[in-house]
Design a protein around this ligand. Structure first.
Ligand code: ADP
Ligand code: MG
Length: 206
């Protein structure tokens, strides 16, 4: 057999998506499985950091984390950062949009009521919230964006609590390229405060 004639299943330019092409990392996968298995709406949130050089396999492992979360009935929310996301307003807007979009995609009785992504985006952009709008953070963020003020941790906390409560299961926030926010003390302190006070979340940073 001429192996040069076979298609190479490995794509060195792109992170691995397919579980059958993902090699090794048994300890890391076991750790993720354990933590997602422990997650519950009323259990304290946890943080997992995936460290590694460029091309070490962080994004590929984050892809596996997404699949493992689903197996464990944890809702995965992917947040892929780009350089423009490295300010508190931009970062929390992106996190929030990805979160509300993932929740809405659940559909059916699993989706929290009143948080349609189009409405959320309109309020984030400064639109007036509808009367029955159950969320605090979009209007609060629009105000901070306008006044260059601080992002409101209590408003974000109220909504994160609302999401887990109405969803009835835990949520994993999977943040790729997290090194982009590693130098921003404002972002990190809000994330730390949230993790310490809102139950039911798993934060994974790659
Ligand atoms: N567990 C793995 N099994 C097989 N290939 C891998 C694995 N992890 C990474 N790779 C390969 O290495 C390359 C870099 O991985 P990636 O996840 O993009 O790294 P990082 O996000 O740390 O820069 C990918 O294109 C992929 O082909
Ligand atoms: Mg990567």
């Amino acid at each position: 057999m001429d192996i040069a004639a076979l298609p190479n299943p490995y794509d060195y330019r792109n992170p691995v998506r397919d579980a059958s092409l993902f090699a090794g990392r048994d300890d890391e996968l076991a750790k993720l499985r354990y933590e997602f298995g422990q997650a519950a709406p009323d259990r304290p949130s946890i943080y997992i950091a995936i460290h590694g050089r460029r091309a070490a396999g962080k994004t590929s492992l984050l892809n596996r984390a997404e699949a493992i979360a689903k197996e464990c009935r944890v809702l995965p929310v992917r947040v892929d950062l780009v350089p423009g996301d490295a300010t508190p307003v931009a970062f929390f807007r992106k996190l929030y949009e990805e979160l509300t979009t993932a929740l809405a995609r659940q559909g059916g009785p699993d989706a929290p009521p009143g948080a349609a992504p189009a409405v959320v985006r309109r309020v984030l952009a400064g639109g007036t919230p509808p009367d029955d709008f159950p969320l605090e953070f979009p209007e609060s963020l629009a105000l901070s964006a306008r006044s260059l003020g601080a992002v409101s941790e209590p408003a974000l906390r109220a909504d994160l609590e609302y999401f887990v409560r109405t969803l009835g299961r835990p949520i994993a926030l999977l943040i790729d390229e997290a090194q982009l926010i590693a130098g921003d003390e404002n972002i990190l302190s809000i994330l730390r405060a949230l993790g310490g006070r809102v139950p039911g979340y798993v934060f994974v940073q790659g």
